[in-house]
Design a protein around this ligand. Structure first.
Ligand SMILES: Nc1ncnc2c1ncn2[C@@H]1O[C@H](COP(=O)(O)OP(=O)(O)OP(=O)(O)O)[C@@H](O)[C@H]1O
Ligand SMILES: [Mg+2]
Length: 404
């Protein structure tokens, strides 16, 4: 079965689940990925597994299941929803359709009826494939070491992106991105998580903090204790939802490999590692790369940028690159006055000083990450770099890098 229809089934009766499973199996065209016993498990599994279709067996009081159908029809528009029940009264069929189900199966399953429904699922899946599916790009900005400039870089990258972008503050205990854009959020990620099962565009719009036409912030909880209720599964669910609503999602991540950060990192398309060119910075970056390796992240999605790049840094970049086993794709200059001014004003530098070297470099990095621009290369900087680093002075430091 190369193109089997992938199903998830919900039934609170083991016998019904067994019957449905057997009928799908004997159709020869389907594969059951998961059998769920309650609505919450089904909701999470459908978002996680993204099956072609889901069968929801309605209980005696169908209210819970119909509300699940309603939530799924918004959150998982690519999954074909089928309700099933022994009672096929016109009222029940109508309520199912109104909730968002596309088909209704009478139980016990009749092979001929099932075959017609499978045909409809196949047609639907074919149509969805050709439709341009919105699947926003998720960029995680990360550093193993505090103070490397993750928040500054994340905010500016998000501000320079050329499409609707959401900046997400995943420093759940002490996020401060609202101050980077001088906005006071009225709602935060804690509210998004609380309302995740009834999210639509209008509600989402009221929970994010707009900055410009293209950029909005999903702020960190206002009170640290609110973060305690947020689990890695919630993060998985909301990122999945957000990527269907925004072209770009830029996440400012914590500096640790805690479960929330891992749940977010698991979903990134590109990971920007921010590092400073000093021994602790290089050592921490190497450590992060080793951990990414162990977790199994593909090297293709990891990009390293140097922040606070300075003429006074006596490090030979080739040496750093070979030590890390990765190339450095960007160099953001150290400019304390401009950066502090932009942070204090709450205006990203890419907007307040768009012609500055830092802004130009951030735009180039954003273009490279979005896949719109030319692939970045450290090579054209050779001339600049050669003038910045004196080879003799760098030898001792390079020896220390090797030990890092
Ligand atoms: N390119 C730069 N040039 C000069 N100073 C910079 C630059 N980038 C960041 N800084 C300075 O570093 C400080 C820390 O930056 P930022 O808050 O972005 O780092 P972070 O990694 O998010 O830190 P935290 O661990 O607090 O989350 C800023 O207040 C700013 O003064
Ligand atoms: Mg920060």
């Amino acid at each position: 079965m190369i193109n089997a229809i992938r199903f998830v089934i919900l039934s609170n009766s083991a016998a019904t689940a067994e019957d449905l499973h057997a009928a799908l199996k004997s159709s020869g065209r389907s594969r059951v990925l998961e059998r769920c016993e309650n609505a919450d498990q089904m909701y999470t599994d459908v978002l996680r597994l993204q099956p072609t279709a889901a069968i929801i067996a309605l209980g005696a009081n169908a209210e819970d299941e119909l509300s699940l159908v309603k939530r799924l029809s918004t959150a998982a528009p690519d999954t074909f929803l089928i309700t099933a029940a022994e009672n096929a009264s016109p009222a029940l069929v109508m309520s199912s359709m109104r909730a968002g189900a596309r088909e209704f199966l009478q139980l016990p399953v009749n092979a001929e009826e099932l075959s017609t429904v499978l045909l409809r699922v196949e047609e639907f899946a074919g149509e969805r494939k050709v439709e341009q599916k919105k699947h926003g790009r998720v960029v995680g900005v990360f550093s193993c070491k505090g103070g490397a400039g993750v928040s500054f870089v994340a905010t500016n990258l998000a501000a320079v992106m050329d499409a609707p972008t959401l900046l997400v503050d995943l420093n759940l205990q002490a996020g401060d991105l609202d101050s980077f854009i001088a906005k006071t959020p009225s709602h935060t990620i804690a509210d998004l998580v609380k309302n995740r099962q009834r999210l639509d565009d209008a509600l989402l719009g009221s929970l994010v903090t707009p900055y410009s036409e293209k950029l909005a912030l999903l702020a960190a909880p206002l009170e640290a204790y609110e973060a305690d209720d947020i689990t890695p599964d919630h993060i998985f669910e909301i990122i999945h939802f957000l990527r269907s609503r925004y072209e770009n999602i830029v996440m400012d991540l914590q500096h640790t490999f805690d479960p929330i950060t891992i749940a977010a990192l698991d979903q990134v398309d590109a990971m920007l590692l921010v590092m400073t060119l000093d021994i602790p910075g290089i050592r921490n970056t190497k450590r992060a790369l080793r951990i990414f390796d162990r977790i199994g992240y593909s090297h293709d999605k990891i990009k390293i940028v140097v922040n606070r790049y300075s003429k006074k840094t006596d490090v030979e970049l080739k040496h750093v690159e070979s030590h890390l086993g990765e190339s450095l794709i960007g160099f953001i200059l150290n400019d304390y006055v401009s950066v502090m001014e932009s942070i204090n004003m709450g205006r990203p530098l890419v907007s307040s000083e768009p012609g500055s070297k830092i802004a130009v470099e951030l735009r180039r990095i954003a273009d490279a990450l979005s896949g719109y621009g030319a692939p970045p290369a450290a090579q054209p900087r050779k001339g600049l770099l050669r003038s910045l680093f004196s080879r003799g002075a760098s030898l001792e430091l390079n020896a220390s890098i090797d030990k890092a």
